[in-house]
Design a binder for this molecule. Structure first.
Ligand code: ZN
Length: 292
């Protein structure tokens, strides 16, 4: 009798074996938003780097590590905290599938130096491997690629909801297409194309809309005194009047540059949860900053 019961048990477990709703972790808030939008009620989406925290330095809490035990999928993006934590995250749940949002994307290199300051700076040490830019989600075009893969992945894990996932995906694509058109209308006509930012999170966005990002931060560090002077000169030369910052980072050197050029500091957040509305706001801030 016991043997018979054991044989019967697998028949009552869903074909793929994952509890529903499907628990999916994402490293960063915007990707968590994408998972929520695609998965809807069939997915229990969780975020690792909680709102307000910095993905470059984050440490998961013990509660988050335990919650991984019930997860079917983890969506990573290559943000720096993953370097220290990914192995521990996977070992907390070896059967959890790992999904890299960057797959299939031609990654850009992080702007480490602007040309005119490299080489003669006291902060400048031997050239490191150019770090690849993990902020792929700032490009609506790349988000379309990412969400089609998320749709495929959750469909594979919960095939019964394939239609819902497809419908949610298509609705989100329509939103992203509308956003892209708006951003083009806003940014295409601007004569100035260069913007200054403390942490270079907007590279993929800049590539999409033919803008150039000038970062203050160097390889994840505050600039040295001479680099700061060179940045101020560059800002004056390029007639830059706005220095963008993001809320999760220190704003001291951005304020120093802004003060020196008689400009202002404006906060834009690449980690906001309301992805589409946030990028619309960011587009307007950039457009305003780049007015002649
Ligand atoms: Zn970043």
């Amino acid at each position: 009798m016991q043997k018979l019961l054991l044989l019967l048990i697998p028949l009552f477990v869903p074909a793929v074996g994952f509890a529903e709703p499907l628990r999916v972790f994402a490293s960063v808030v915007p990707v968590h938003t994408f998972v929520e939008k695609i998965g809807g009620k069939h997915v229990d989406a969780r975020v690792m780097v909680r709102p307000g925290f910095n993905p470059h330095t984050y440490d998961p809490t013990p509660q988050q590590i335990s919650a991984l035990a019930g997860a079917a999928l983890y969506v990573r993006t290559g943000v720096p905290f993953e370097k220290a934590w990914m192995a521990r995250i996977q070992s907390a749940n070896p059967s959890m599938q790992m999904f890299d949002a960057r797959d299939g994307i031609a990654l850009r290199e992080l702007e480490a130096h602007s040309d005119d300051v490299s080489g003669h700076d006291e902060e400048h040490h031997e050239e490191p491997d150019h770090e690849q830019d993990p902020h792929v989600w700032t490009s609506p075009a790349l988000v379309k690629h990412i969400i089609s893969r998320i749709r495929d992945k959750v469909t594979e894990l919960a095939p019964a909801h394939a239609e819902d996932f497809a419908r949610n995906h298509d609705a989100f694509v329509a939103e992203l297409n509308a956003l892209d058109l708006e951003l083009r209308a806003l940014l295409d006509p601007l004569p100035n194309r260069e913007f200054m930012v403390f942490h270079p999170a907007w590279g993929y966005f800049a590539d999409d809309y033919r803008l150039t990002q000038v970062p203050i931060e160097r390889e994840g560090k505050e600039p040295g005194a001479r680099a700061l002077v060179a940045l101020i000169d560059q800002a004056k030369r390029e007639n830059i009047k706005v220095v963008f910052v993001q809320p999760q980072f220190d704003q001291r050197s951005a304020r120093q540059v802004a003060l020196a050029i008689g400009g202002v500091v404006v906060a834009v957040d690449p980690l906001a949860a309301d992805y589409v509305d946030n990028l619309r706001r960011v587009g307007r801030e950039f457009a305003q900053a780049l007015q002649p």
